[in-house]
Design a binder for this molecule. Structure first.
Ligand code: C2O
Ligand code: CU
Ligand code: CU
Length: 505
């Protein structure tokens, strides 16, 4: 068992540049960079096969719009925790609805949200808990409610089969029969997923450790346990999220960074040891996070579980839909220092305003894990399912085919473990990263090109970044029956048919 104890000491105020005003924000802002729109980006990749995950994007950075640094004028919005209903025949209610958000002073932007104008409340379940959730579609178009990473039966998974028509509701039972993790929820209508997410439909879904766990982690939501939803957005000249005009077939990228829906965020922190739950909620962008002072931080969780052992690192790459939990120790900072989370190109995504108080020293202690991440027998299992990812733009396929809701591509028996090998076949231009995601399961990565899984991926996963020409072996078990999709989580690739179906029987 690895044990990390972090002690705190008091720091005086550290001020981080935050002098911009709302009007500055606005005059600086004419995000009209549409250079990467459809048709103009066909040389947008290359560097295929370059196999350094730490370097992040791997696509040719030239045509990826750089993110603007946060000016830090807005305190980060923390999504509220979804409250339990009293006296109803369901526990929680989640409604997809239209709204309006003031990203820019005085200008309303049309957005979508769950139970609000933008994004959604954080759904919190305990390990083992089962709740009834009323889902309602108040939009003018069909939507679905997909619980990304939750191992639920196909019927209520909210994939493309689970359309809810405008005005309709349904009550479903969600069971958190899996380890504590940072999951999320979003729509999944075939053909309009990317647009609905782009307009604001996403929320966090947390599974908390059941009482009695021997781990000790910051878990005071919004205080020392902070959700961070990273997204990039492109606005038109009217500051609207005009998807049809702005979209890119290879994934809509923007120059405006938002965290939890906040543009130009800063986070005031008062604790020495803080836990952050990072979600790459972008349509397509890969993020490589680091701290502005170069310090290391501690990764404690992957997509679907805590890691077996905490990992010290100074960079962390997440492809679209991947999550990680990290712990940052602010106690080592001096008065003069400022700190921010940066992406790989150096843009400040989230500056911190560090105001340490006399709160007791925090500690981070991982739970005890007795078994190795993979047994010898698991490592030696033969490949029984092969997946080939190929293409770009609207020419994307899995195993040479585009998605067909009436076609079952694979079948796997419930509870039976199989090895899936996912190969990202490069094209003449080199190819591009595809984040591969499977519904209804939390899998383990057995190997990448035959090489053992890195320590920071030795936890359960539901999405995996696959480099061009890379072969990734996954150990996959489905605990529930039904039809589940698997797909590239670049949402435009998914909408363009880079998706297949597995029937679990
Ligand atoms: Cu994030 Cu098919 O889902
Ligand atoms: Cu999913
Ligand atoms: Cu893709």
């Amino acid at each position: 068992m690895k044990k990390i104890m972090l002690t705190s000491f008091t720091l005086s105020l550290v001020l981080i540049g935050c002098s911009d005003t709302e009007s500055d924000r606005q005059s600086q802002d004419s995000p009209m960079n549409n250079n990467h729109m459809r048709g103009e980006d066909n040389d947008n990749r290359g560097m295929g096969g370059m196999n350094n995950r730490g370097m992040g994007g791997m696509m040719n950075q030239g045509n990826i719009p750089a993110l603007e640094s946060s000016s830090g004028i807005n305190e980060l919005m923390i999504p509220p925790v979804l409250e339990k209903q009293q006296g109803e025949d369901f526990d929680y209610e989640v409604t997809a609805q239209e709204g309006s958000t003031q990203f820019f002073a005085g200008i309303p932007t049309d957005t979508y949200g769950y139970n609000g104008n933008l994004l959604g409340p954080t759904v919190r379940l305990q390990e083992g808990e089962s709740v009834d959730v009323k889902i309602t579609n108040d939009l003018d178009e069909p939507t679905t409610f997909h619980w990304h990473g939750l191992e639920v039966p196909g019927e209520i998974d909210g994939g493309p089969h689970g359309e809810i028509q405008p005005g309709d509701s349904q009550i479903i039972t969600l069971e958190a029969d899996q380890p504590a993790a940072t999951l999320w929820y979003h729509p999944h209508v075939h053909g309009t997923t990317a647009e609905q997410v782009f307009k604001g439909l996403s929320g966090m879904l947390l599974i908390d450790e059941a009482a009695g766990s021997d781990s000790e982690l910051p878990d005071d939501y919004g205080v020392d346990d902070i959700p961070l939803i990273f997204q990039d957005r492109l606005f038109d000249e009217d500051q609207q999220l005009n998807y049809n005009r702005l979209m890119n077939f290879d994934g809509t990228l923007g120059d405006i960074s938002m965290v939890n829906g906040t543009i130009n965020p800063k986070l005031t922190v008062t604790k020495s040891v803080m836990r952050f739950r990072l979600l790459n909620g972008a349509n397509a962008r890969n993020y490589t996070f680091r701290l502005s002072n170069g310090a290391s931080f501690t990764q404690i969780a992957s997509d679907g579980s805590l890691l077996d052992e905490a990992v010290e690192t100074d960079t962390l790459t997440l492809a679209a839909s991947e999550r990680a939990e990290i712990v940052i120790d602010f106690s080592t900072m001096t008065d003069e220092e400022s700190l921010a989370i940066l992406n790989d190109e150096g843009a400040e995504l989230l500056p911190f305003d560090v105001v340490l108080d006399d709160s007791p020293a925090g500690s981070t202690e991982m739970r005890t894990v007795d078994e190795p991440f993979l047994s010898e027998q698991e490592k030696a299992m033969p490949v029984t399912k092969e997946i080939e990812l190929f293409g770009m733009a609207d020419m994307v396929t899995i195993n040479g085919k585009k998605f067909d809701m009436d076609r079952i591509d694979l079948r796997q028996e419930r509870g039976v473990t199989e090895v899936w090998e996912v190969y990202n076949r490069p094209d003449m231009m080199g190819g591009m990263i595809h984040p591969f995601h499977i519904h209804g399961t939390q899998f383990k990565i057995i190997s990448r090109d035959g090489k053992e899984t890195e320590p920071n991926e030795q936890g359960l996963k539901d999405s995996v970044l696959v480099e061009p020409d890379e072969r990734v072996k996954l150990l996959v078990t489905f605990p529930e029956e039904g039809i589940f999709v698997f797909h590239c989580h670049i949402l435009e690739h998914e909408d363009n048919g880079m998706m297949g179906q597995v029937e679990v029987y």
